[in-house]
Write a protein that binds this ligand. Structure first.
Ligand code: ZN
Ligand code: ZN
Length: 361
């Protein structure tokens, strides 16, 4: 595909036709690194790595880059210094020549941070915290720095370097593990946040993905990077409900593996269809037990009276969720996963189903 495009370009050049960047292709790979984040951005032979996942995925990230024919990296961004982002960055810095490292100006008292500092020193790589508002070129794409705007955060996640990548009309927002405090500051900068694709902040945690950010970004798609059965319960129900409310299509690495978005600057294509599986993680990761009669359900749920035998529910047989027929997620559900039932709510829960957090049956 790329070779064909190059061929088309050289024909265009030889025949004196105007060459427009519409042939250009930028790819965003959200690697399946389990509980962590790692994003490779490719544009016309130029590469940027944004985070590298945790220690156990470091060699996977390096071999993925090699398979993608990466010889050197134009930019490496270490969003912040938590292990689930930084370990694989150190791995990549050890293997590939790197022109520029961007990382925030704070120190962490950890082994991985020491390794990060020592590889930068040993290989004499230029490292700095980029200025918010500055734009950098990467092949036919460019990216603008959105955060951090402050320098005194109590939570290191808020130091995360947020960026917005654009190629033509296509745009992608990555905020690392920035929490809502930093998201609100991004909104105040008046920098453009509107993006086609939003790589969910902090693995879908409820402390990120604030309404403020979502309403400025108004993404059509969200990509979630998190690990199956992670102990943090990521993604949290609050974030998943916001996506559903705004009818944002969802792709997720824990269900679908590595996600690749490609753009020619006009439209975005995917290596896999959105799964639109908005189910939240479970902190205890235990199967949901049937509720006891006369407890939570009747005291807290105004619709409890409707939930008798005869009420019609729509089940998602893949995500094991119970919905009312008018729930937003029913519209997005794949036909093959959809099942209509009039069985009682309790009996469905006993079969392993759980009520949707949005329509709350
Ligand atoms: Zn993280
Ligand atoms: Zn973090």
């Amino acid at each position: 595909m790329k070779r064909l495009l190059k061929y088309a370009l050289s024909i265009a050049v030889m025949s004196g036709l105007a060459v427009t960047p519409v042939f250009a292709q930028t790819e965003i790979h959200v690697l399946d690194v389990g509980q962590g984040l790692s994003v490779l951005v490719e544009s016309h032979g130029h590469y940027m790595l944004y985070d590298g996942g945790d220690r156990d995925k470091s060699s996977f990230v390096v071999s993925y880059l090699k398979e993608e024919k990466v010889n050197s990296l134009d930019y490496v961004i270490a969003s912040h210094y938590d292990a689930d982002h930084l370990n694989g960055v150190v791995g990549a810095l050890n293997v590939f020549p790197v022109k520029q490292v961007f990382s925030p100006d704070y120190a962490a008292d950890t082994r991985v941070f020491n390794s990060f500092q020592s590889v930068i020193e040993t290989k004499a790589i230029d490292r700095k915290q980029p200025q918010v508002g500055t734009t950098y070129q990467l092949g036919d794409a460019s990216f603008q720095i959105l955060s951090p705007t402050g320098d005194k955060y109590s939570d290191p996640n808020n130091y995360s370097i947020g960026i917005r990548i654009t190629d033509g009309d296509s745009s992608f927002l990555i905020t690392g593990d920035a929490e809502s405090d930093s998201e609100k500051e991004m909104c105040k900068t008046n920098l453009e946040l509107e993006s086609d694709v939003y790589i969910m902040g902090h693995h879908g945690s409820g402390t990120s993905t604030s309404w403020e950010l979502l309403q400025k970004a108004t993404p059509e798609y969200a990509i979630l990077s998190c690990g199956t059965g992670n102990t943090y319960g990521h993604p949290h129900i609050e974030s998943m409900e916001k996506l559903q409310d705004m009818e944002i299509q969802l792709l997720r690495t824990d269900k679908q593996g590595t996600i690749i978005a490609s753009t020619d600057g006009t439209s975005i294509t995917w290596n896999t269809d959105p799964c639109n599986d908005y189910s939240a993680g479970d902190i205890n990761d235990k199967p949901i037990q049937p509720q006891k009669q006369g407890t939570e359900k009747q005291s807290s749920n105004v619709t409890a009276n409707q939930a008798t035998i005869g009420t019609e529910y729509i089940l998602n047989t893949s995500t094991k969720k119970i919905h009312y027929p008018d729930c937003n997620s029913v519209k997005q559900m794949k036909e093959k996963n959809k099942k209509t039932t009039t069985e009682s709510r309790d009996s469905l829960i006993a079969q392993g189903y759980s009520p949707c957090g949005n329509c709350r049956p």
